[in-house]
Write a protein that binds this ligand. Structure first.
Ligand code: AMP
Length: 605
């Protein structure tokens, strides 16, 4: 059992009610120090058992490095420049000194630890930080707007830093920059909640790094409890709520259901290299659908109240009034949650346009009516997750589609319609459908298993995409270089990465081609990418800059090669940027497994 009372890091001291921030920091350190998933789970579970109910929400969010649940649109948006200021204020050093140390150390959290810790020794500040102090202070930041708000934020953070130990300062800075990343994967937190509160009959053997069950029934019972936690999370998308429910037992956990207006994570598709492989994967007969080249929309309807979310769970209702109208007028249901692809079209010719034309509609919050006229979208509905008070996540795809067809009986082209679908067991027919979809300007097809359940957040094998081989990859920028000559002032030569099963980002190449110097050339510009990347800078060494992986690019390339030069073990030949994919988060970029498969397939050609 992990003892949280050592080093004076007790959770509740006698004269205090709240948990110390130091207790949380001690957990961060323990979790960070091991790469073993079960050990992390054990550390977290032991800690969670001790957390009082009133603090659970705060603690669960802080453990994830968050101040808000994933469905909440608020972010801290605290820049490294402001963090530098706050560290300077708290330590009494100049900003220049902080910045130069940052350049040397490459990690602003570490710099805070070095400078603030030193100051603390000198002045012997006695007040200790509560987790709640940290949480409540930071949570107020998004609401601070207007004149003087920047100063106020800097002062508030500096005040927290003034009371922090070196280690606390380190994690405080990582939290405020939203780059905590101590390695708590969602699955780990799920299991820890189960271990802490649902009393599964199991024993964690630390030496063997294994779980022991009394018998096979024990294992099954354990898996059922884990599934109950997962199910609850799938529905509310908030581990704080899940933990609270789990603390009162399995019944409360099962009581968590979908809520209209709260987005759930979308289900993602795996990739197959051919129509035949796709059909084999999902089973025959399969439902095949056009794969539209737009962006994902999750549409919630509660009578006349419509809410629209992107695949990153951002609320974009305000930006798409035509979708609001379409859902209000054409969806014949009191309440429903629809999964859709919004596709842009040219209002003059009626021709569909690729994603890059309408991407700006997601971000733009002004001139909405003008933009709606210039770049209208059509809603292609392909799934139904909730209908008139009933959840459909565990209902098979075939039934969900049937219900969907029932509530969309009056589709209207260029406004709202069902995805084009072919039900077939024949590969030849499927091949024809694939060609037809490509000829119509779509990206390819989706193959869906008729019995597939809707798994929020899962990249599932019962829904696979088939696109022309070796087309593009979505990769995240992890590093770049400041340009020289006429490109000075811009970031250039971007190192891009895919991600592996554990969520780690692995470099796969460098790219500079495809970006434009001038806006009028059309396409993505260096300036645009530089502006988007600036807040994500974590370190600079000379011209080299590294980033918090945040910005996703779609890259085309000629070929994949094996390469020891990059952490992924692969490199892209002749890569070029085709698109900015800021509708995607780094969690849903191309995976190492997909790269491997594409590589194998290409060799076999
Ligand atoms: P990809 O973006 O290549 O990972 O492919 C998956 C994406 O295709 C989904 O997230 C949807 O946004 C999009 N998509 C387009 N048409 C469909 C469809 N008929 N069914 C499911 N997803 C679709």
């Amino acid at each position: 059992m992990v003892n949280f009372n050592e080093e004076g890091l007790n959770i509740l001291s006698l004269d205090r009610f709240y948990m110390r921030y130091a207790s949380l920091v001690s957990v961060y350190r323990r979790v960070e120090s091991t790469s073993k998933r079960l050990e992390k789970t054990h550390v977290l579970a032991s800690f969670l058992k001790e957390v009082p109910a009133a603090e659970l929400e705060t603690v669960i969010l802080l453990l994830q490095g968050r101040l808000f649940p994933p469905w909440d649109p608020r972010t801290l948006g605290f820049s490294t420049a402001l963090a530098v200021k706050a560290i300077a204020v708290a330590s009494g050093e100049t900003e220049r000194k902080v910045t130069s140390l940052w350049k040397k150390e490459g990690d602003l959290g570490k710099v805070a630890g070095l400078l603030v810790g030193k100051k603390k020794q000198a002045t012997l500040v006695t007040k200790e930080l509560d987790a709640k102090d940290v949480f409540l202070t930071l949570q107020k930041f998004p609401g601070m707007e207007g004149k003087g708000s920047v100063d106020l934020k800097v002062k508030s953070l500096a005040a927290l830093l003034g009371h922090a130990s070196a280690e606390e300062a380190r994690f405080l800075i990582r939290t405020v920059l939203e780059t905590l990343r101590v390695g708590i994967a969602e699955g780990t937190l799920r299991d820890a909640i189960c271990w802490a509160y649902l009393n599964p009959e199991m024993n964690y053997n630390m030496e063997k790094n294994d779980i022991e069950f009394p018998d096979e029934n024990g294992r099954e019972a354990y898996n059922a409890l884990i599934a109950a936690v997962q199910q609850a999370y799938d529905r509310c998308n908030d581990y704080a709520a899940v933990a609270k429910a789990a603390k009162s037992g399995v019944a409360a956990l099962r009581g968590i259901s979908l809520e209209l207006g709260v987005p759930i994570r979308v289900m993602l598709a795996q990739k197959e290299q051919s129509v035949e492989a796709g059909m084999d994967r999902v089973g025959r007969p399969a439902a095949l659908e056009y794969k539209y080249d737009g962006f994902r929309m999750q549409v919630h309807k509660e009578r006349d109240a419509i809410t629209i979310f992107t695949r990153r769970l951002e609320n974009v209702t305000q930006q798409f009034p035509e979708v609001v109208d379409a859902a209000k007028e054409h969806v014949e249901a009191e309440t429903a949650i629809l999964d859709c692809e919004a596709v842009g079209f040219d209002p003059a010719t009626g021709k569909y346009t690729p994603f890059q034309h309408i991407g700006q509609r997601i971000r733009r919050k002004y001139d909405i009516d003008k933009l709606r006229e210039q770049l209208p979208v059509e809603l292609n509905v392909f799934d139904l997750l909730y209908l008139d008070g009933e959840e459909l996540l565990d209902t098979g795809f075939e039934k969900r589609r049937e219900l969907l067809e029932r509530i969309l009986r009056r589709p209207l082209l260029k406004r709202i319609k069902l995805s084009t679908l072919l039900l077939t067991g024949s590969t030849a027919e499927a091949e024809r459908f694939y060609k037809e979809s490509l000829a119509a300007g779509n990206e390819g097809i989706m193959c869906k298993s008729l019995s597939g359940k809707y798994q929020p957040g899962g990249r599932v094998g019962h829904m696979v995409k088939v696109k022309p081989v070796l087309d593009t990859m979505d990769l995240v920028i992890v590093a770049a270089e400041w340009g020289e000559g006429k490109r000075s002032g811009w970031l250039t030569s971007f190192t891009v990465a895919c991600r592996d099963e554990t969520g780690e980002f692995l470099a796969i190449g460098k790219v500079g081609t495809g970006l434009k110097e001038l806006e009028r050339e059309g396409g993505v510009t260096f300036q645009q990418v530089t502006d988007l990347l600036r807040p994500a800078i974590v370190a600079e060494h000379g011209r080299e800059v590294t980033f918090d992986p945040a910005l996703v690019l779609e890259l085309a390339f000629e070929e994949i090669q094996r390469s020891p030069a990059y952490a992924s073990g692969y490199a892209l030949r002749f890569p070029r940027v085709v698109n900015l994919r800021d509708d995607r988060s780094p969690e849903d970029i191309t995976t190492l497994d997909e790269v491997r498969r594409a590589f194998e397939h290409q060799r076999g050609r």
